[in-house]
Design a protein around this ligand. Structure first.
Ligand SMILES: NC(=O)c1ccc[n+]([C@@H]2O[C@H](COP(=O)([O-])OP(=O)(O)OC[C@H]3O[C@@H](n4cnc5c(N)ncnc54)[C@H](OP(=O)(O)O)[C@@H]3O)[C@@H](O)[C@H]2O)c1
Length: 272
């Protein structure tokens, strides 16, 4: 697969990145691991995760890959959004909450916590689950600018970078949230991962703030999710991604599937 250097960073990543937001829908670790390994073999080298995804199961699956595989990938994880019971990553707990949460949503609701103490502790947990000393990218997950003490956070992120525990940091989420961070704390957003679609071009709002130079696209997601069921099927999905790669010509487009048989077709879209 073609590779690209994310603008403004030293991050060399595959043009399509693999998202682990729905990985926990696969019922066994063996199947989650097989899907990730297939993505790696097909040419995806950048993997996006979060302690919120499967309340830790996404990170655990990445950490369960053989060391040789882990060394071939770059990884982004996140802080700020957590599972209702922390990120214990016990499959039974996760599935019980996801199932019962349909009846009682509070069991399954994300916990938003912008305290630095929580971020410090959960980042250590993330590294343990990922079986890594460091990650390539640490993102503030759906950041709420009004709750974030910018100078404290900046100091922490700089110290992580200085100590070699992260290579880069940034923000990830909906365009409106990214805009607010950029207006109030631009230093927290050297990397921007933002929702986009072919229909509405939402990312433009976050990248082109009036009175500032427009930012090149870095990481964008949501293109297939924005399509209706029929428009998403098979070849159409691949055409959609091809157009998405044209739109995000400078960075990497995140995509996810739970179906191993779809991986080769997706990867082919960005073949070198
Ligand atoms: N705040 C954030 O930073 C944030 C927010 C949202 C997402 N993300 C990241 O971005 C990743 C991707 O986001 P996403 O899941 O919204 O986006 P997506 O990749 O645009 O859409 C995924 C959907 O497309 C379907 N699909 C995949 N390949 C297909 C194919 N060949 N034919 C038909 N349908 C296909 C998948 O179904 P199947 O699984 O059945 O294939 C799934 O329903 C996430 O996993 C996560 O890592 C980040």
């Amino acid at each position: 697969m073609k590779q690209i250097c994310i603008p403004g960073t030293t991050l060399q990543v595959s043009r399509l990145s693999f998202g682990t937001g729905s990985l926990h829908h696969l019922p066994s670790l063996a199947r989650r691991r097989a899907l990730l390994q297939a993505a790696l073999e097909a040419g995806f080298t950048h993997f996006d995760t979060s302690p919120y995804y499967g309340f830790g199961l996404g990170e655990l699956a990445l950490g369960s890959l053989p060391a040789a595989s882990r060394q071939r990938m770059t990884v982004a994880t996140k802080v700020g959004l957590y599972g209702p019971n922390g990120s214990r990553a016990w499959a039974v707990d996760v599935y019980a909450r996801k199932f019962l949460g349909k009846l009682l949503p509070s069991l399954n609701r994300a916990v938003v916590d912008w305290s630095l103490a929580r971020a410090r502790a959960t980042f250590d947990d993330s590294l343990r689950r990922l079986k890594r000393e460091s990650v390539d990218l640490l993102l503030l997950h759906e950041p709420v600018a009004a709750f974030i003490r910018t100078s404290e956070w900046l100091q922490w992120l700089q110290s992580l970078q200085h100590n070699g525990r992260i290579r880069h940091w940034g923000v990830a989420g909906e365009p409106g949230l990214v805009v607010a961070v950029r207006l109030h704390a631009e230093a927290l957003a050297p990397v921007i991962q933002v929702r986009d679609s072919l229909q509405r071009h939402e990312a433009d709002v976050a990248l082109n703030l009036p009175g500032t130079d427009s930012r090149p696209m870095q990481l964008t997601y949501g293109y297939l999710a924005a399509q209706s069921g029929a428009a998403r099927g098979g070849v159409l999905a691949e055409q959609c991604l091809l157009t998405a790669l044209g739109r995000n010509a400078t960075g990497s487009v995140l995509v996810s599937t739970r179906r191993i048989e779809r991986i080769a077709g997706l990867a082919k879209v960005a073949a070198g």
